[in-house]
Design a protein around this ligand. Sequence first.
Ligand code: F6R
Length: 253
Amino acid sequence: MQKVKVRSGIELVIVENEAEFAKAAADKVSELLKQKPNAILGLPTGSTPETMYAELVSRYKAGLLDFSQVTTFNLDEYVGLSDTHPQSYHSFMKKHLFDGVNIPSEARHLPSGETKPAEESAAAYEALLTKLGPIDLMILGIGTNGHIGFNEPGTPFDSRVHITSLAPSTIQANSRFFSDESEVPREAVTTGIGNILEARQIMLLAKGESKAEAIAATLQGEVTIEVPASALQQHNSVYVVVDKAAASLLKLE
Ligand code: F6R
């Protein structure tokens, strides 16, 4: 594992393998919960955090972690999927984290994909975040196009919780979870970049060659709304965990 200071406010950890990836990410959460047992966590779904969640569950089962005072806010949810749909982010979280640890059910928050009109779901989530926030540690994955949450290229950095249309590349990437691309919802409720930047600390996770360009543009490129994750350069406490493939286009001394 290699630690590199990319720029002020951004610490980068490059790991050798999947086990190190899961450990580095879970260590960050564990450290926070030791200092602040009632921390508020911002959580992503997707393939990237799966092993981190598995590691957190195993630490909980081993008696090393306690989530009884933790509150969580997920980043996003597809519009039009019921909470119980197998590909909903509600179902993902239940399977990968909530069923395995002791976060009280009333302290787990995700935007609703069922509320109609969807804008009401966004407004309700924004109100809840404002009431209970700020988030202590916002954990993020990243899209190949640089999206964070479902803030696709072109999203203003001061955006709040909103309904967004998924970019064609996101629909294509996420079609691997559905039997056909036509079944991937076209819209999502997402936490905005403005909400993300309000978190006290941010942890960005990426692995694989397909994320290398996005990671280089995020950490060493121009700060531009065309690369939503480049907004993180404006934050003062960002911890980035990447594997070697995702780090391969970074210019490191
Ligand atoms: C998911 C989310 C997305 C994903 C991103 C990467 O809640 O907010 O931004 O983090 O699309 O997804 P994976 O990890 O599947 O490559």
